[in-house]
Design a protein around this ligand. Structure first.
Ligand code: HDE
Length: 713
């Protein structure tokens, strides 16, 4: 099979334009002589309607915006490739998964769900994780999220869910936030969302970076092999850099300091050559095991614990090129779970079935034409021949007189492909049933896996969930909604509900007050489908925790360290730390009271990257104060106090050597620092490599979560 090397294939596509050394022209190619003045009757006179150049420019400008995505409006993307490491021909005939080493170009787009296109990256929200594979058999889209399950079981509730979470319609407040009445009103009446709520209230919803998130296909799909045999499959993306989050207070501050934090992080990492990488894994469930588990594989509110079905890694994805143009690529890319290739097929998951309708429909309204597949970023590298014709902005010039099938005038072309020639044919599933509007009894467990998730968390993670719920429900104004939520939470874990209740100044209701039950039709209201709890056969799963996550191996690669300096700083200390960090793939940034340079103890000058006013502790992973002169000035600087206090509060590693420890001792939190705090790295041997090494070792574990016991207990 031919190897499509990275983007080269796609770079051959037309429509790339670069104005370097070119004349400015109109859209018709006419060279423009004056782009600064409109055509007027006299230099102080009225503008003339005749000015076709002005009219063309302004008309184009007036139409520059297209409707943003209804959900996932805010996102960032990048090009890269997918490479097979472990081919699976026994499971699927998909061409791009057949040979080790085979590379397929991809474009990945990460997103938040609820916020508008200009909203903050750090909202508490699910993250979209969508990948388009440009395979030789056509485009394959894996349109997933960074959470392996979903809020609802049936597509018909999706508009309700999204209406509830979006800004409230009367005043369009709040932006990119679930902490408001309509969201929790809906959730409190939807017990099926409880598993997802546990994930959404966990730190999964505030990732440190797009590069440090897992991705999931969510639904159960099918793989089909050459013999036409089907296996159920769940897709997993496992990040090379581990799965990590920020803390909520930090997320709130990042939103103010740099609302493009994730976008910039992805962009800068790729520009710096720190190419983000994920392994693609699959969980395979043989066809005959369809009914083996205590949950239904078709229920998108359930995951398959890795303890029951391990994840097998089959390939890796590397993102190695930023888009040339955000709008043309990231904004115009059109994903669709229905973009599949032979060897990949759907299940009857009712949420997936609804999605199969929605995504083409949404592209029609967003991109404005059924020809959206002709936009360069959406074009297939596999040749496209069919009898679809015309429509807005058609690019293809179809030759010949035949646009129908069957035909004889065109020699019967284009031909249908036999299955052996790569023709797609749907899995031959037998369906023999009554037409009903009902939900399967096997979907009725709403709490079993919510408990599994909660039980799998470390004490730190549990306390983050409690605090998140106190925040979210604390913003809800309607008491009855809060009470219904406490009732639902008590079905997941009594202690969880009680702890949240303390924050709300309420008590957990004794009776579950949740009148809506979607499993039954109105004729059968409150029938035999009470929400129930089925005990999970797995009690706790490390892969559900971010802190215990098996994807995490200690590393500081691509992390950022703030080096707090003032004039008189030790040049050796700064340069040693920067050098050591660079060796491990991390970056030290000089932060000082002013831009320009700081003079060093040896009369050298070190360029300053940021002044205190242009940055903040929340934009860094760790903080270092080198020794030097004028340390007392730093200790008394309000900005430094804020920097250090935030770093301490957000459980970051703080290093100080020599007399620089005096700055730490002057901080308001100094009395709280525990002797066992592995994140306070001090040295009496200023600027030594051992000190830098100790600092980096502490940093490699992301955060010093144990510190929170000091902070919040
Ligand atoms: Fe989507 N979803 N969705 N969704 N979704 C869209 O399509 C929809 C669902 C997901 O970066 C829209 O092109 C329905 C689950 C991602 O461009 C829209 C239902 C999962 C993205 C749409 C769901 C997703 C979208 C909006 C319930 C995780 C962004 C713009 C039946 C597996 C892709 C667009 C990108 C985008 C509909 C549920 C993931 C409106 C009706 C579950 C990552 O078509």
């Amino acid at each position: 099979m031919k190897n499509y090397q990275d983007e080269k294939q796609r770079d051959l596509l037309p429509n790339k334009s670069d104005g370097t050394n070119k004349f400015l022209t109109t859209d018709q190619g006419l060279r423009i002589n004056d782009d600064n003045n409109s055509l007027k009757a006299g230099e102080r006179g009225p503008s003339l309607l005749e000015d076709f150049i002005l009219r063309e420019k302004i008309t184009h400008f007036d139409h520059e915006r297209i409707p943003e995505r209804i959900v996932h409006a805010r996102g960032s993307g990048a090009h890269g490739f997918f490479e097979v490491t472990n081919p699976i021909p026994e499971l699927t005939k998909a061409g791009f998964l057949q040979e080790a080493g085979l590379k397929t170009p991809v474009f990945a787009r990460f997103s938040t769900v609820a916020g508008f296109r200009g909203s903050t990256d750090l909202a508490r929200d699910v993250r979209g994780f969508a990948v388009k594979f440009y395979t030789q058999e056509g485009n394959y889209d894996l349109v997933g999220n960074n959470i392996p399950i979903f809020f609802i079981q049936d597509a018909s509730k999706f508009p309700d869910l999204i209406h509830a979470v979006k800004p409230e319609p009367h005043n369009e407040i709040p932006q990119a936030a679930s902490a408001h009445d309509t969201f929790w009103d809906f959730i409190s009446l939807m017990p099926e969302s409880m598993h997802m709520i546990m994930w959404a209230m966990s730190d999964r919803a505030i990732p440190r970076s797009y590069r440090m998130m897992e991705g999931f296909g969510v639904h159960t799909f099918r793989l089909i092999n050459e013999a036409g045999e089907s296996s159920f499959v769940k897709f997993h993306w496992k990040p090379k850099l581990g799965t990590h989050a920020v803390v909520w207070d930090e997320a709130l501050k990042i939103s103010g300091k740099n609302s493009d934090f994730h976008r910039q992080d992805l962009w800068e990492a790729i520009e710096a050559g720190n190419f983000p990488e994920w392994e693609l894994g699959i969980q395979i469930i043989p066809q005959e095991d369809e009914h083996k588990y205590e949950f239904d594989l078709l229920d998108p509110t359930k995951l398959v614990p890795e303890e029951l079905v391990p994840v097998t890694i089959i390939g890796r994805m590397v993102l190695n090129k930023n888009p040339d143009n955000f709008f043309a690529e990231t904004e115009q890319i059109a994903f669709h779970p229905g973009h599949v290739v032979p060897g990949i097929d759907f299940t009857n998951d009712p949420l997936l079935q609804g999605r199969l309708f929605s995504y083409t429909d949404t592209q029609l309204s967003r991109l404005g034409s059924p020809n959206f597949h002709e936009i360069p970023i959406n074009r297939s590298v596999a040749p496209v021949h069919n009898n679809q014709r015309d429509g807005h902005m058609r690019q293809e010039i179809n030759t010949g007189r035949v646009s129908y099938h069957p035909n004889s005038l065109g020699g019967g072309c284009p031909f249908q492909a036999k299955i052996t020639e790569g023709g797609f044919s749907s899995f031959n599933e037998r369906v023999d049933a009554h037409k009903v509007r009902e939900r399967s009894e096997s979907f009725a467990d709403h709490f079993g896996q919510a408990k599994l998730f909660f039980n799998s968390q470390t004490p730190t993670e549990k306390s983050h969930i409690v605090r998140a719920l106190r925040f979210e429900l604390g913003k809800v104004e309607t008491t009855a909604i809060r009470m219904r939520m406490l009732g639902l939470l008590s079905q997941v874990d009594k202690e969880l509900a009680e702890k949240v209740a303390i924050g709300l100044g309420a008590t957990v209701p004794a009776v579950l007050e949740c009148p809506i039950n979607h499993g039954v039709s109105p004729e059968n209201e409150m029938g035999d489908q009470e929400p129930k709890t089925v005990k999970s056969s797995v009690e706790s799963s490390d892969s559900l925790s971010m802190i215990k996550n098996p994807t995490n191996t200690p590393t500081i690669a691509s992390r950022k360290v703030a080096i707090i300096c003032n004039d008189g700083v030790s040049e050796t200390a700064v340069m040693n730390m920067k050098k050591m960090l660079l060796k491990e793939g991390a970056k030290g940034c000089i932060i000082a009271p002013h831009l320009g340079t700081v003079t060093t103890d040896t009369d050298g000058a070190i360029p300053v990257d940021f002044s205190f006013i242009t940055t903040s502790s929340v934009l860094f992973d760790a903080l270092y104060i080198p020794h030097g002169e004028n340390l007392n000035v730093l200790a008394e600087n309000d900005d430094v106090i804020e920097f250090l206090t935030d770093a301490y509060k957000h459980c970051k590693v703080i290093g100080a050597d020599g007399e620089a420890t005096s700055v730490l001792n002057a901080m308001p939190f100094a009395s709280k620092i525990s002797n066992d705090d592995a994140g306070i790295v001090l040295s009496s041997d200023p600027g030594s490599e051992t000190f830098a090494q100790d600092f980096m070792t502490a940093m490699a574990n992301h955060r010093i979560w144990e510190r929170e016991e000091n902070l919040y207990n």
